[in-house]
Each structure stands twice: as structure tokens, then as C-alpha cells.
Design a protein around this ligand. Structure first.
Ligand code: ADP
Ligand code: MG
Length: 242
């Protein structure tokens, strides 16, 4: 059994069918890059995987638990699958440590002492243990995104979804965030990331998924997808002459 099983998933917004029968099985420890044009359904797919969106048909299961379309199951799914966004969404009035502790306390009812110990450990993992007392606006964008990663890790997720997490960063701050992701990958975390960082995808990912018009148009190991794309759509996306 795969860690994440996506079977014939369809998703419509009104009459606009955005996901048109997605099939994708992800093994534990895999690092998947999702690439594709804007509007091809990448973010929607991630949001369906962690239950931020309900699916119109098909099935998603994570670690054997079938995603069924009710609040209880969606909540359970969100607990298992962490998600990090382009915008870091830290609470400006809370310090870094409090930001990392908040979901643990509110969602998991973790006692304060345990939540704090875990927050310190996760901040250490992203190289920011010394910023526990700092406020978000005292940090660079790269540091804020690393705090967002620590916050997701503090929920001890089975898998982590990343939606263009370096796209809002100044170019010189991208590498510090990617370095953290690279380390998580090396530690065996299952990662599904929508990214424009093709070099990173080539270096770190086990498979690359090219989405086009709501479908998985091509999928394969990075050397195959990037070096010998099969379809004109992928060739065009990669800037090769079709
Ligand atoms: P990508 O991440 O690949 O750019 P998205 O998944 O964000 O693509 O969007 C795919 C399509 O779904 C777009 O046409 C977008 O307008 C539409 N869409 C996404 N979210 C919503 C929503 N909440 N309501 C209506 N349409 C949406
Ligand atoms: Mg998107």
C-alpha cells in the first residue's frame, strides 16, 4: 500500500472541472515535484490531498485512511498532512515560538511544556532555535518561511505538501529554504511540492509530475521528464522547441 493513494480524483468549481481524473500513488519517503502552467490544477490537487478542498469524485487515502467527505475525516486528514504555502501566514502578534506552538495547543491539546519542547526542537531543525522570542516582522522572508516549516513539522505530519514555498522570496533567500527541504528529504520525509525550481527538482525529487489542463500529462524520474519529455506540451513548458 502506498502512503498517499489518489484514485480517479475529479474536482469541479461550478461548471469548471479543474481536476479531470487524477491517479497518483506516492510511496513513503518519496519526494514528488509537481510542475505545470498556472491554472493547470496544481494547488487544487494539493488542497484536496490535505482536505482543504472536498473532491467531486474519486478517492484519496493517506496512510491507509480513506478520505471521506465529512468534517471529521477532513480534520483527521489535515492532521496527518502538513501544508506550507507561498505566503508564510505567521501571526504577527505572536512570537516565533508561540507561532510554532499554537496548532499543537489548539488542535492537538498538547500541554504547554511539551508543545514548547517540540517547538524548540523543530526550530532547531530549521536553524532558528535562537529566534524563539523574535517576532515575525523581525525576520527575513526566508526565516519566516523556515518558521512556517517548523510549525508544520511540530504537528508531526506523515507527509508535507509545499505549494510554491519559495515563490514569494527574494532570490537570495530561496536557497536557505530549499536547504531545509533538502534536509527533510534526506531524513525520509514524504514531500509533495509544487515548484518552479527545476534544478532543485532534478537534484532532490524521486519523480516529477507534469500537470496539464487538470491531468497528469507526464510522470517519471526527473532525468527522464527533464531530458526526454515525450509530449509537445511538456517540451513547450520546459522551453524546448516542440
Ligand atoms: P495552479 O495551482 O496550477 O495555478 P489552481 O489549482 O490554483 O492552478 O487553479 C486551477 C483552476 O481552478 C483555475 O482555473 C482556478 O481559477 C480554479 N480555481 C481554483 N480554486 C478555485 C476556487 N476556490 N473557486 C473557483 N475556482 C477555483
Ligand atoms: Mg498554484
Amino acid at each position: 500500500m502506498s502512503l498517499i493513494e489518489i484514485t480517479e480524483v475529479r474536482k469541479s468549481f461550478g461548471s469548471n472541472e479543474v481536476l479531470k481524473g487524477i491517479n497518483l500513488d506516492i510511496e513513503p519517503g518519496e519526494v514528488i515535484a509537481i510542475i505545470g502552467k498556472s491554472g493547470s490544477g496544481k494547488s487544487t490537487l494539493l488542497r484536496c490531498i490535505n482536505g482543504l478542498e472536498t473532491i467531486s469524485s474519486g478517492a484519496i487515502s493517506v496512510a491507509g485512511a480513506q478520505f471521506i467527505d465529512d468534517e471529521l475525516h477532513l480534520k483527521a486528514l489535515r492532521l496527518k498532512v502538513g501544508m506550507i504555502f507561498q505566503q508564510f501566514n505567521l501571526f504577527p502578534h505572536l512570537n516565533v515560538g508561540e507561532n510554532v506552538m499554537l496548532s499543537q495547543k489548539v488542535v492537538k491539546k498538547t500541554p504547554k511544556q511539551d508543545a514548547e519542547a517540540l517547538a524548540r526542537k523543530m526550530l532547531e531543525r530549521v536553524g532558528l532555535a535562537h529566534k524563539f522570542e523574535a517576532y515575525p516582522d523581525e525576520l527575513s522572508g526566508g526565516q519566516q518561511q523556515r518558521v512556517a516549516i517548523a510549525r508544520a513539522l511540530a504537528m508531526q505530519p506523515t507527509a508535507l505538501l509545499c505549494d510554491e514555498i519559495t515563490s514569494a522570496l527574494d532570490p537570495e533567500l530561496v536557497s536557505e529554504v530549499l536547504a531545509v527541504v533538502r534536509e527533510l528529504a534526506a531524513e525520509g520525509m514524504t514531500l509533495v511540492m509544487v515548484t518552479h525550481e527545476m534544478k532543485f527538482a532534478r537534484d532532490v525529487c524521486s519523480r516529477v509530475v507534469f500537470m496539464h489542463e487538470g491531468k497528469v500529462h507526464e510522470i517519471g524520474p526527473p532525468e527522464e521528464v527533464f531530458s526526454s519529455p515525450k509530449t509537445p506540451e511538456l517540451k513547450q513548458f520546459l522551453g524546448m522547441t516542440a
